[in-house]
Design a protein around this ligand. Structure first.
Ligand code: DOR
Ligand code: ZN
Ligand code: ZN
Ligand code: ZN
Length: 392
């Protein structure tokens, strides 16, 4: 199959360092197959599937299974993220080496949704990961600092009486882990940076030469806590939507390279987990099919990034962070490549019910967004074109 990319922008295939695919355990909300379809339609040729499945991906048996399942589906390379600790419980390190040495060649380890709270355990994880040449992805939140916090975040949430999730919970872990990485010599990757203070800490740490990288989600770039006024749980996410001044700082940091890349934190949830009271709802939002358009709206439209910059933050930097061998190097004529074709002049209106994901929890429903993925090519084969996936 050939792609007519006339008038379009040709980009290297996107790489998402942070996707929740829910298989095994919650196949009612997403599977490797439905999530792969959403990824292909969103322009992705590689996604990193987070470890907080049920059972948790804390053994090579499970991480290898996820990799092989993704290859069988064939729409996107599904790289499993291994759990740092057994069962995400945060008391005992998992066998990172077995997962790194398996068929999946696990490159990144995380306890997303349950960060490694114990500083000694985190130091040991960094030391172990250093020897393996892999990195630890830190969901930076210290839950003990939410005790007594008066606001979900910011003045809007305080006025609305939402439960606490203060910026200190994020920033204290970012600062701690930067210093642990400095002294352990390991590499730490900060998941979903969400505050202006985190940006300043990253700037400081990078200036010291500390091996720290960071990602930001499309939703934290575009949406602020004024969205919470409706109490609609579709806006509930960890870390929470913050203040407009945080969005501004995050956009500037991404343009500048202080934040390295965009990652979706695609987090499907069932309708009954999102229709309840805000406090009881599950945190998380879909992201794979809307990421490129939200980046176009927040970064390209005002000139903060050109398309060369989009290639950097959505493909080259994330590929380099995990050391994907085939991404970001010059391709010879005739060699199979990972590519995404974007129509920069298109606009489209998001319809939550029409997304390929098995869930519909997108905060961008009914929004009209700029730019659209026209086609995605994985190793020379079209995986998505004009809004339809092409199974092998
Ligand atoms: O909003 C979130 N949802 N943040 C996380 O860290 C975990 C994720 C999930 O698994 O639903
Ligand atoms: Zn935690
Ligand atoms: Zn997280
Ligand atoms: Zn996550």
């Amino acid at each position: 199959e050939t792609v007519d990319g006339g008038g379009g922008v040709l980009l290297p295939g996107f790489v998402d360092l942070h996707t929740h695919l829910r298989e095994p355990g919650r196949e009612d909300t997403e599977t490797i197959e439905t999530g792969s379809a959403a990824a292909a339609l969103g322009g992705y040729t590689a996604v990193f599937a987070m470890a907080n499945t049920d059972p948790v991906a804390d053994t090579a048996v499970l991480t290898d299974h996820v990799w092989r399942r993704g290859q069988a589906v064939g729409l996107v390379d599904v790289h499993p993220v291994g759990a740092v600790t057994v069962g995400l419980q945060g008391t005992q390190l998992a066998e990172l080496g077995a997962m790194a040495d398996g068929d999946a060649h696990v490159k990144m380890f995380s306890d997303d949704g349950k960060c490694v709270h114990d500083p000694l355990l985190m130091r040991r994880a960094l030391e172990y990961a250093r020897g393996l040449g892999v990195l630890i992805a830190q969901h930076a939140e210290e839950p003990r600092l939410t005790v007594g916090a008066i606001a979900h975040e910011g003045p809007n949430a305080a006025r609305l009486g939402l439960a606490g999730w203060p910026r200190s919970a994020e920033e204290s872990i970012v600062a701690r882990d930067a210093i642990l990485a400095r002294d352990a010599g390991g590499r730490v990757h900060i998941c979903h940076a969400s505050t202006a203070g985190t940006v300043e800490l990253l700037r400081w740490a990078k200036a010291q030469g500390i091996a720290i990288t960071a990602e930001v989600t499309p939703h934290h770039l575009l949406l602020d806590d004024s969205r919470l006024a409706t109490y609609d749980a579709v806006n509930k996410v960890n870390p929470p939507l913050r203040e407009d001044s945080d969005c501004v700082a995050l956009r500037a940091a991404l343009a500048e390279g202080v934040i390295d890349c965009v990652a979706t934190d695609h987090a499907p949830h069932a309708e009954q987990e999102k229709c309840c009271e805000f406090a009881a709802a599950r945190p998380g939002m879909l992201g794979l099919q809307t990421a490129l358009s939200v980046i176009a709206a927040t970064m390209v439209a005002d000139g903060a990034l050109d398309w060369r910059g989009v290639a950097r933050v959505m493909s080259e930097r994330p590929a380099a962070i995990v050391g994907l061998p085939d991404q970001g190097r010059p391709i010879a004529v005739g060699e199979p490549a990972n590519l995404t074709v974007v129509d920069p002049d298109a606009t489209w209106t998001v319809d939550a019910s029409a997304l390929a994901s098995r869930s519909a929890n997108t905060p961008f429903d009914s929004m009209t967004l700029p730019a659209r993925v026209v086609a995605t090519v994985l190793r020379g084969r079209v995986t998505a074109i004009d809004g339809e996936v092409r199974a092998r």
